[in-house]
Write a protein that binds this ligand. Structure first.
Ligand code: NAD
Length: 262
């Protein structure tokens, strides 16, 4: 059912993984989408064209770097110019670095805070007035189970994700009387490039094999022993954009196979 017909969305970090899954789900529900993220131009163009054609929506792309506030603001302006309004913002772009604190590179800390946390502030700031004016808006922050609980060697990531859970609540309060909801989705492990890349680093940090990382670290606490899928996260994002979810705001919704139930 095309419940999001005539809605316009920006999904950051949507050239890959969860962001792409969420963008596809929103487009599947009829929303126009602005894709964002890095990757080879021809691959991104193929993804953009496919999303537009498969779902009969407008799909456009902006390559704004989420570490650069001016580029984020320009991306919001581009989306508003192309679509006429911005109704849905999905702050999803994120990176990871796994290292014991004493070796954690300060530049990795800065990059993780900028991409995983500050970019959500900059994009929400740039789009909120438009949502208020239209008396309807949806802010969806892709946090993590690591927004609710910690794991060792992920100091910057856990700090950023806990930060975005707090940011989500503040924006919920600011949007509450303007038809704007703000929620965080907290996925457990999803087998995307971000997770695939950290398997060797975690193996090194813990001195164990890569198979042991998947079995004993990644899925150890995930009670279902299964990875979450991007389609499951996309379906939740679509639901949060429906009127049925209008009273769900300020929450952090775990989709983590029971991880944070422990
Ligand atoms: P991914 O690596 O597959 O995708 C990340 C996306 O962000 C890509 O499109 C990439 O190009 C983009 N990106 C990275 N740096 C950027 C920058 N500076 N500017 C613009 N775009 C940038 O990762 P993923 O696993 O899909 O992660 C997406 C989000 O979900 C992240 O916020 C991550 O923390 C969160 N998350 C992932 C998992 C998981 O298990 N994969 C679990 C919980 C939360």
């Amino acid at each position: 059912m095309r419940t999001l017909e005539r809605k316009n969305a920006i999904v950051t970090g949507s050239t890959s993984g969860i962001g792409l899954g969420v963008a596809e789900a929103l487009a599947g529900a009829g929303a126009n989408v602005m894709l964002n993220g890095f990757g080879p131009a021809d691959v991104i163009e193929r993804v953009r064209a496919r999303v537009a054609a498969e779902h009969s929506v407008k799909a456009i792309y902006n390559g704004a770097d989420m570490t650069k506030p001016a580029e984020i603001a320009a991306m919001a302006n581009d989306a508003a110019a192309a679509f006429g309004s911005i109704d849905i913002v999905v702050n999803n772009a994120g990176i990871q670095h796994v290292s014991p604190i004493e070796d954690f590179p300060p530049e990795k800390w800065d990059a993780i805070i900028a991409i995983n946390l500050s970019s959500a502030f900059h994009l929400t700031r740039a789009t909120f007035a438009d949502m208020k004016a239209h008396k309807w808006g949806r802010i969806i922050n892709i946090a993590s189970a690591h927004g609710l609980v910690a794991s060792p060697f992920k100091s910057a990531y856990v700090a950023a994700k806990h930060g975005i859970v707090g940011f989500t609540k503040t924006i919920a309060l600011e949007g509450a009387e303007h038809g704007i909801t703000s929620n965080a989705i907290c996925p457990g492990y999803v087998l995307t490039p971000l997770v695939e890349k950290q398997i060797p680093d975690t193996a090194r940090a813990r001195g164990i094999s890569e198979e042991a990382v998947v079995r004993d670290v990644l899925l150890a606490a995930q009670a279902t022993k299964q990875f979450v899928t991007t389609a499951q996260l996309g379906a939740l994002a679509v639901f949060l954009c429906t009127d049925a979810a209008a009273q769900i705001t300020g929450t952090s919704l775990p989709v983590d196979g029971g991880w944070t139930a422990h």
